[in-house]
Design a protein around this ligand. Structure first.
Ligand SMILES: [Zn+2]
Ligand SMILES: [Zn+2]
Length: 482
């Protein structure tokens, strides 16, 4: 456990990156992260009481207002919930996968990720899955895989995602399982119903699945990857030709999290649809509180619950005072990244799996970045390097990871960027409070120099060299993480 005295100094030292948030909000984020770390370290005891409100306020040494803000964050992340009354307190809860997936899908909608980006991301992740599944397949896996292929052939299994989900589960890597699931759901959102898939497409996909399974079973990773790539490309081509609408938020996307109020969710969803479909600009005034309450015909309490959801998903926020009202906010990956990373920690993501996946994914991202680099991208890289020169200004973990986030952004693929940000966030969950000061100093010393070399190679457009330098860098970091 961390001594409360460290929280204040952290809150202060994290002063730079998000000017829109007040100091209280930053401190609340820090407190919420400590609660999360605490829950993880205790082995996620669902139902256990972490403490009463007053006990926890004292433990973290913050004001009641800051603490309640932190509670809202952990409630949104489905880590814990405040239970009122006698015997109450902050109770550990179990996050549900559906809420996590919905948050990610909503984020991809909000930033307007294209179907092409989703397809590219699927290709990248499922190639990794196929290779890892080949390496990790055991006797029980062979039996499962063969049974599924048979059931597909006999028409018993009609969901084409089943094979992809099974391969992902064979890798034993919770992040791959989750992201394969997410990216396989997104394209379906573009269709009114599953009958959009012609029978010929289904039989072609069954055939491809059988051949992929055969190559995985035979232990031929290269062939399995090749077949997976062909299969996904064929499916992407088909979906592109049948695409019937651009970015439409489906009613089935739940805004879940801490909300239990159906009316509030409906109001929030109506406003989200409004923002996304009309492509409203950041800073656009949606209306005053009174106007919006009238328009949606709900009580003030229900409306405020809707506001919480909209603020959590970074769709819109209330500004109080004269000239106030509800404004469209800039999309941010922060909230969704936190939710997903914490969920994966709950799923028991192993440090070795994390390091392995980061390596594979970031090697792809850096190659895309080197290929797509332009003047603006080069400027963003230099700015990131500049920020790292003053590590006292920002939190250690941010300094060590900032460049990686920028590289992910420069890949030009918002879906892959989200995956990378989640993995970076998970790395932080493992790092914070665990590294000795000596190791921190060593990393802080070494990282800026290595990062400069990596950035230089990207700016030169030299993907090979960039990959080489990044691989060596991540190997060194992986050693510290163990
Ligand atoms: Zn398939
Ligand atoms: Zn680095």
């Amino acid at each position: 456990m961390t001594a409360p005295s460290r929280l204040g100094s952290r809150g202060k030292s994290a002063a730079s990156p998000r000017p829109s948030e007040g100091a209280g909000s930053k401190l609340a984020t820090t407190v919420s992260r400590h609660i999360v770390t605490d829950v993880i370290e205790r082995g996620w005891p669902v139902g256990a009481v972490l403490g009463s409100e007053s006990e926890l306020i004292e433990r973290y040494g913050v004001s009641r207002a800051v603490f309640r803000e932190a509670v809202r964050l952990v409630e949104n992340q489905q880590v814990a919930r405040m239970r009122r009354g006698p015997g109450g307190g902050l109770v550990v809860t179990e996050p549900t996968v559906d809420a996590i997936i919905d948050a990610a899908v909503l984020y991809l909608h909000r930033v307007g990720a294209t179907l092409d980006e989703v397809f590219e991301a699927r290709l990248v992740l499922e190639e990794i899955v196929t290779e890892l599944a080949t390496l990790r397949l055991d006797e029980a896996g062979v039996t499962k895989l063969r049974a599924l292929v048979e059931d597909e052939a006999s028409g018993e299994v009609k969901d084409h995602r089943a094979l992809h989900a099974m391969l992902a589960s064979i890798t034993g890597n919770p992040a791959l399982e989750l992201f394969v699931d997410i990216l396989n759901r997104v394209p379906l959102l573009y269709f009114r119903d599953r009958s959009a898939f012609a029978p010929t497409t289904l039989s072609a996909s069954q055939h491809a699945h059988a051949r992929i399974a055969a190559a995985v079973t035979a232990g031929d990773g290269g062939l399995a990857r090749h077949r997976m790539r062909k299969h996904l490309q064929a499916e992407a081509d088909f979906l592109r030709s049948r695409r019937w609408s651009h970015q439409l938020l489906p009613d089935t996307v739940s805004l879940g999290g801490a909300s239990t109020n159906k009316r509030a969710e409906d109001v929030a969803r109506a406003i989200i649809r409004n923002v996304i479909v009309d492509d409203l600009p950041v800073g656009y005034l949606l209306g005053s509180e009174g106007e919006l309450i009238d328009r949606h015909g709900v009580s003030r309490a229900v409306f405020r619950e809707a506001v919480r959801l909209l603020e959590h998903h970074r769709i819109a926020a209330m500004r109080r005072g004269p000239g106030g009202g509800m404004f469209v906010t800039a999309p941010s990956a922060d909230a969704v990244t936190d939710v997903v990373a914490v969920f994966l920690a709950r799923r028991g993501m192993q440090v070795a799996d994390l390091a392995d996946l980061r390596m594979r994914l970031e090697l792809v991202l850096i190659e895309l970045a080197a290929r797509r680099i332009d003047a603006e991208g080069a400027e963003r890289l230099s700015q990131a390097l500049e920020r790292e020169k003053h590590p006292t200004d920002i939190e250690f973990a941010d300094a060590a990871n900032d460049l990686h986030g920028v590289i992910a952004a420069l890949s030009g693929n918002r879906a892959l960027e989200l995956v990378a940000l989640v993995l970076i966030r998970l790395t932080r969950l493992h790092q914070i409070d665990r590294l000795s000061d000596a190791v921190r100093r060593k990393v802080a010393d070494e990282v800026p120099r290595t990062h400069q070399g990596i950035a230089a190679a990207i700016i030169e457009g030299d993907g090979e060299l960039a990959r080489h330098r990044l691989r060596r860098h991540l190997e060194v970091l992986a050693k510290y993480l163990r």
